[in-house]
Design a protein around this ligand. Sequence first.
Ligand SMILES: *Cc1c(COP(=O)(O)O)cnc(C)c1O
Length: 401
Amino acid sequence: MNIDNIQGTRTPFYLYDTDLLRTTLAALQAELHHHPNYVVHYAVKANANPCILREIKAAGLGIDCVSGGEIRTVLDAGFRPEQIVFAGVGKADWEIQLGLDHGIFAFNVESVPELEVISHLAQQSKKTANICLRINPNVGAHTHELISTGRAEDKFGIDMRDMADVIRLCHTLPHLRLRGLHFHIGSQILDMDDFVQLAERINELQAELARQGVAVEVINVGGGLGIDYDQPNENPVPDFRSFFNAYAQHLHLLPGQELHFELGRAIVGQCGSLLTRVLYVKEGHEQRFVIVDAGMTELIRPALYQAQHKIENITQTQNLRLTDWQFLDADTALYDVVGPICESSDVFARDITLPLTRRGDLLAIRSAGAYGETMASCYNCRPLPATYTIEELSSTLDDEA
Ligand SMILES: *Cc1c(COP(=O)(O)O)cnc(C)c1O
């Protein structure tokens, strides 16, 4: 990252590396090449920035939405309705109607009352609703408590013990077409065994359905593949191969069955950084605080999930001509990096080593491409963060030159 391009830009802002996004998408497509019956939907809640959606569309991925607003956003961005799947435990009537009006690929249905409402609305508007049943497989994932979604105690999906009954109900309710089964066990999962467990659970469920003479055309295993937050420079592209292989080796698909995925974080997580400037360095008695101009309003993951993002002082690293991993030998200190918001949880990192840091230094909070900008808020009456691609900032400079 060339600091000259960004030094003068007003902070805080998100900076997207579209080259890295393209590289990531190319790696994903290279893996998909080996699996012609695999379909990937991009989970747009991870990042809905137009510059991101352009690349996702160019790569030909489908879309996973979790709200009517997201459906509108991706239709406006030029995605086709038959590329869209729509999940969520609390779909409002207007959101269902929107999906029906456009004829989306599938509603991922999370409860019996939702199924009844979809059937009713479809009947009213003389449409057929494509349905996948979101089954809660009761598989725990090795991830943070607050981003685990596939255990019996989580609010998501239909309990697997009720699956057969609900499928029978599907066949009796009018205007429904059952396309498949949907699962999603959580996010930021790095232990491939979690996906193997899900695959094995799906095998059991499919065997049970086969005994009842039921076969579906689509199995959708959701997303959840994690990224390397500790070492974004060393591992900018996630391990798609191991992820797909976990399913290829363990999930028994029926002849002609498609396997769908919904990846968010793994696709966009590493391509975004939050750029922020140091306002003050406050020497406390216990701690030394770097107070920056970005806060939980721009990036809430540390406050919400105790997430840890790598933080680089790009001003000092550049001044000292140090590479990322050399700076530990230079003059450094331990800092807490905190935001300006009036909340004790507004902390980006505790006790991290940075080169000696001064007011005005630019920090990059890395791996912020997923669940960063999309979760930004106006708390404390703050404006939403600006966003740029690296190319945009370079071309602004060229224009000025
Ligand atoms: C959030 C979400 C995803 C994407 O999760 P990632 O961990 O970002 O891959 C996929 N499917 C559903 C239903 C989701 O809610």
